[in-house]
Design a protein around this ligand. Sequence first.
Ligand code: C2E
Ligand code: CA
Length: 552
Amino acid sequence: MSDVFNNELFEAFASASDNVYIYVCDMKTDISRWSKASVDYFGLDSEYLENAASVWEEHVHPDDRAMYNADIMGVFSGKKSRHDCQYRARNRRGEYVWVECKGSVIWDKDGSPKIFAGLMTRLDGQNKYDTLTGFLTTHELRHYDFASLEGTALLIGIDGFRKIVGNYGYNTGDALLVEFSRRIRELGRPEWKLFRFGGDEFLIVAFGAGQDELKEFFEKVGRSVDAVKMSDGRVISLSVSAGGVSFPKNANTREGLINRLEHSMEYAKNSCRGTLVYFSDEIAKKHERNQILREDLKNSIRNGFQGFELYFQPFVGAKSHRIEGCECLLRWKGEQIKDSYPMEFIKALEEYGGIREVGFWVMEQAIQQQVAWRKRYGELQVSFNVSYQQFMDETFEERLMAYVDRYGVDPSYMIIELTESCQVDVPQELAALFDRLRGRGFKVALDDFGTAYASLEMLKYLHVDYIKVEHSFVRELSQPGHDIDHVIINNLLDMCRRLGYGSIVEGVENSKVADIVGEMDVTLLQGYYYSRPVCRTDFEQLLNEDQETPAR
Ligand code: C2E
Ligand code: CA
């Protein structure tokens, strides 16, 4: 008999709780072991069962069987790694009780399913109301048949709630949630059903109400939390986003409704914070693409970063008119998605955490490239982009130094660009890291400078080598009516000079802009006028041409 069953851990977990039943299945033999408590409570024949999925099916409520079967068959056929559903199961006394059943598969070295282990939580009698807000728990949604009812559901949440908790602490977070739920209750109709969805998200099921009414409600809630006065007198301003779905038009099952609400909410949070977005075909398509994108990216990473490539865009010396370096810009082509722009796939990587590995890959490639070019082309400054999330990775510095040792790069030829500067909320830590990196000889640049208020704020804390002036100020400099951009750039450059920092001006798209910017006190220029980002061989071609051109 498989030794997964003869495990003291199994015994320990099995007796850990009265409401939770555990099971483990050897998928090669289809024999499973169930905890004693589950045998007793559900009246099973023995602790060991053969073909348990179909034995258990007999215990599942006939109305829930199709859903249960679909999910569990996915696991046993090797298509899915996780089982996760809620259904009614018959106990020894013949009563049906709600259970939440979750399990996951452990795979064999050859990729076949080996062990399936999980737990079943009894939901009866408990969890009806959320203890903090008094709203119903989502478990209570099971009472509603969305196919035969009509109305609109909203999933509404506080923007950046985690950050608020980070700034003000858990107690204030809880107090805000109570206040937020109170406003929802006050502004909604009494017949609407209110659920705490988890964290800062609340679900409103408005039977008989249309999208317009819910939009009006959403706007009222938004206005009411614009300035929330706390018991200690502090005033906190909240912004809220929501996803909305009409039932049964857009969803006629509980799962479908929740899914679509989540997709719409995600869309609202990502693209137009502070608004209510109703489910549409466009959202469905976007969500589907995002799912494929993630899978595709994970596959690429698993296959040794296949599909990832660095492109290079020259930095041209404002005085020398020669290529003095380049920025490494990431490109990616997946197996399925072949047309993704950096803005899209880098965002996806950041959302699920894949940026960590990819970021280290970029770092290694950039360093190797600098070393290879140094031998052939002399001194070139090579920059690569690092987001705040990457910088804060505990192993960032260690990995960087390991690559320096491995490839023997001189750090003074590497520029590290900090992107998305506006999201920085621990400048002291970042400042210390920048100082250490600069101490080791690296150059550090603040990217997209001028786009966010925080950029200026950051200069108070951070010491850098370059400031990169964002291309939106630069691109249209040569066109009439852009005097203000002149003033902004001149002042930014003046500030750089006074602080002793170099400057890189991005977005030089034509000769007129190149001339205008060339007159200013700039260190390096970058833009389509000199070259778009290009692959390695094309960049080397540019370097060769540059070397053959006589000095101006
Ligand atoms: P960024 O760092 O601001 O990069 C400059 C972007 O401006 C590049 O877009 C580049 O192609 C574009 N650009 C350059 N010259 C011009 C011009 O004259 N006119 C216009 N309109 N655009 C110009 P790209 O390559 O699509 O990259 C977009 C963003 O993706 C980058 O913005 C950067 O934030 C991010 N990114 C790219 N590679 C990496 C990476 O390896 N790691 C991280 N974390 N982010 C990266
Ligand atoms: Ca950059």
